[in-house]
Design a protein. Structure first.
Length: 449
């Protein structure tokens, strides 16, 4: 029975918010137009339900009726890929319509003038010079640009240069990349799960409130796609079908992900830990060899960028780290370390609430079986350990429901891998409650991005 797990998880989410609001008061998240955030979420209670909200309800109900057919082998892999891509566009867009018109897609880049990557992209005159002198320019960039490498600004510059410099064009581009990232995740899942289970895990991603919300429009959705490509390349290199060039692809893709966000560090930790655990189970030299190839490829990409384009990733990280602590210290009015306990709790709580009822109950329920089968044990331990380091290691200070979008696929594949075969009705239940949570959160809460 899944209902007790779903109900218990929902009560836990309510408890997380109550504990944060009534006891912890971390004071990390800033207000918006005089409203205090519903911490641990960086969201504000601002109810808004437009008539177009009915479109999301109709789409969710229709998809719910067809879910058993979608996960059935009777639907070919190619057709499922098309369907998954379309749903990855349609579900976020119809959820977006709960609060705004489609024409407002991308307008979130304009909420805080001078604080978004969109502003940095608009200032780029010569992309080569921008990348080459990025660490020198960092203190003059937007609030977000100061603490990230140049990848996001470069992406938005390319969209503006090739298509249009409007926020709408940027929003559409982010949404398309998000959809591609979901397809990458599904193909990664298929390397460690059977096809039906991989489809369930992929569809569960489209019932995650944070993913549906921030696909419209947050640059974290772009990193989610980059991380999905890295995950697919890594799991392919570890599989029986792995070839040496898959390790090369993993290393190069990891550098590209790091070019976008330093959140690629915990992504690399997850891959390394999963590979180590997989090697421990298999006692085969194939996995550590692929890890070595990936490391060498990453180092080669770093060297090419350093001496070819003049961009030093390590120096960028050092500068971004220093600026991050300066910014957070000014927000808190004290050192970041002084808020360690409440922000660590907030990191965990916000990530779990944002991941939602489609995945978290299954993950918690699967914990009792996770240490038995080899594949699920490696996935479950690597996911749990990496998230513990990420949330408790001082790497982030809240907003993890958005920032940790890239880690949701780990939770999804681990939850499904550690669970006995799910019935069609169980799949409909989990994804249905996920959509219900996403709809309620979108309607009642304003999330800035």
């Amino acid at each position: 029975m899944l209902w007790p797990w779903v109900g218990g998880t929902a009560l836990a989410f309510v408890g997380f918010v109550a504990l944060d609001q009534l006891v912890l008061h971390p004071g990390v998240l800033t207000s918006f137009h005089g409203l205090e955030p519903l911490s641990p979420l960086y969201a504000f209670v601002m109810p808004e339900f437009r008539p177009a909200a009915a479109l999301f309800v109709l789409l969710a109900v229709s998809c719910g009726l067809f879910l058993p057919r979608l996960i059935s082998p009777r639907i070919s892999t190619s057709w499922f890929a098309v369907g998954l891509f379309i749903l990855s566009l349609a579900l976020p867009v119809t959820l977006f319509l709960v609060r705004d018109d489609f024409a407002q897609l991308g307008s979130q880049f304009l909420i805080y003038p001078g604080e978004e990557y969109f502003d940095d992209a608009a200032r780029i005159m010569d992309l080569g010079q921008f990348v080459r002198h990025y660490t020198e320019l960092a203190p003059q960039l937007s609030l977000h640009g100061r603490v990230h490498p140049p990848g996001f600004a470069t992406f938005l510059y390319a969209v503006g240069h090739l298509f249009s410099k409007t926020p709408l064009a940027a929003g559409v581009a982010v949404l398309l990349v998000f959809a591609a990232g979901t397809v990458f995740a599904w193909r990664a899942f298929a390397l460690v799960l059977d096809e039906r289970a991989a489809r369930i895990a992929a569809l569960s991603l489209l019932a995650v409130p944070s993913l549906l919300d921030f696909a419209c429009t947050s640059m974290d959705a772009v990193f989610y796609a980059a991380a999905g490509l890295v995950l697919f390349a890594a799991l392919l290199s570890f599989s029986d079908r792995g070839r040496w060039w898959h390790g090369v692809l993993t290393g190069v893709a990891l550098y590209l992900a790091m070019f976008c966000s330093f959140s690629a560090v915990p992504l690399a930790l997850f891959i390394a830990l999963y590979g180590a655990l997989l090697w421990w189970d298999r006692r085969s030299l194939g996995v550590p060899l692929q890890l070595c190839i990936a490391f060498v490829s990453f180092a080669a990409a770093y060297t090419v960028a350093r001496y070819g384009a003049g961009f030093d990733l390590w120096e960028s990280f050092r500068v971004a780290k220093s600026l991050h602590y300066q910014i957070m210290g000014s927000v808190l009015g004290r050192s970041v370390a002084s808020a360690y306990l409440p922000t660590t709790f907030g990191n965990i709580a916000a990530f779990l609430i944002g991941t939602g009822l489609a995945i978290v109950p299954l993950f918690v329920r699967g914990a009792r079986n996770a240490l038995t089968p080899r594949v699920s044990r490696s996935l479950f331990v690597a996911t749990s350990a990496t998230l513990a380091v990420v949330c408790a290691g001082g790497l982030y200070t809240m907003e993890t429901e958005r920032i940790l979008m890239f880690a949701v696929p780990w939770l999804a594949v681990s939850a499904v891998a550690a669970t006995a075969t799910l019935s069609d009705s169980a799949v409909v239940l989990l994804i249905g409650v996920g959509w219900t949570q996403a709809f309620a959160m979108e309607g009642f809460l304003f999330t800035l991005w």
